[in-house]
Design a protein around this ligand. Sequence first.
Ligand SMILES: *Cc1c(COP(=O)(O)O)cnc(C)c1O
Ligand SMILES: [Zn+2]
Length: 436
Amino acid sequence: MPALLACFEAECRATYPITEVIYSCPRCGGLLEVVYPDLALDAAELKRTWRQRRMDNRPLEQSGVWRYRELIGFLDDYRQVVSLREGNTPLLDAPRAAGYGGLRRLTFKHQGFNPTGSFKDNGMTCGVAQARRLGMRRVACVSTGNTSASMTAYAAAAGLQPVIFIPHGNISYGKLAQALEYGAQTLQVEANFDQILALVRQLADRLGIYLLNSINPFRIEGQKSIIIEMMDQRDWAPPDWIALPGGNLGNTSAFGKALRELRVQGFIDRMPRLAVIQAEGAAPFYDFMRHPRPGAFQPVTAPDTLATAIRIGDPVSWPKAWREVADSGGLVEKVTEREIADAKAQIGLCGIGCEPASAATLAGIRKLTAAGVIKRDDDVVAVLTGNLLKDPDYVYRYHTGQLATAAGVRIEGKYQNCPIVAPNDPDRIAALLGNT
Ligand SMILES: *Cc1c(COP(=O)(O)O)cnc(C)c1O
Ligand SMILES: [Zn+2]
């Protein structure tokens, strides 16, 4: 049996053909996942094959997603694939950030090196391939920014019409600029993310548009490659912890699914623990995981954080994320705006840089090592989800002491680096630089 869509709910587990255009279970409304009932891979052989493919110049092998297609095997014809050479993102050692995080050693897996500057590309190449396979002409998403940028790029490259819905006034210009440039029909709706998502789910069926939000299970399949590639880069040695920011929790779901499948197929012999970090003003999953029970999930009605990529009050993938965090022996932490901002500046001082949501990882690690949950000698990988230049406005405000929350609370950064206005005078400039 090839790939199927399966309901994620344990009491239902209904299955559907992989080509059915559904975003949730028609029987019970549960989330859907892609399953491979007969998958039995030769791990040792594939580890060699995947290495060899890195030296192969064909687009499919040069993609850091499709190179691992045996674990993402939902397509029957790879001519549907459009690749912008997504994935292939580096593991970077960051001694300074390690010290800040209370660790002896810390590695960043930097997804900001992707073609549109965020991990959304890993998933989008899969989502768009599925849209083409289904014969769709238009694709749409609701997004705080990076999903729009990514979907638009892949749709444009594939010759599909992209339509994006964004919360009015709440998007960083770096991300909006990308979507406009790649040719998205752009609707700024006067509602918050969660409200717009409900609206678009109605419209998709009515207008025959294929939805590429994070509930789309094919995007989750692609995002698994972040973990597969990371393990390949580490010669299949699992770290103790993988830290990542949590917004809609699609990535948390994808990471957990990847780890489970790698383990079942014999690629790794133990599970790293997932540490999901949320922003304090948008932390419904943190609240839930303190006493997790079915039916106890409470959305946050007015999510508030300057880390716009994780400003999500009602994360769609929480049931999957619950299972994955629990299965990995992981946990959820939350951090303040100030903690995110300062951690981000520390990552910048490593010569690395990232967008605000990504820096929640280091802020969370610092908190968890201080509490003795993560140990100083633990082997930790933090996933930086997006590129520094996504949100230059935030960076400028931080370094010039002008960063403030939507409610007007000033965030006084510890590591400000304000430009100095200098006169056109070599002596005075030499004095300013401390060389008189
Ligand atoms: C989308 C995104 C997130 C949140 O990921 P989820 O899968 O929604 O939890 C975090 N950081 C960046 C940069 C993102 O683009
Ligand atoms: Zn169901």
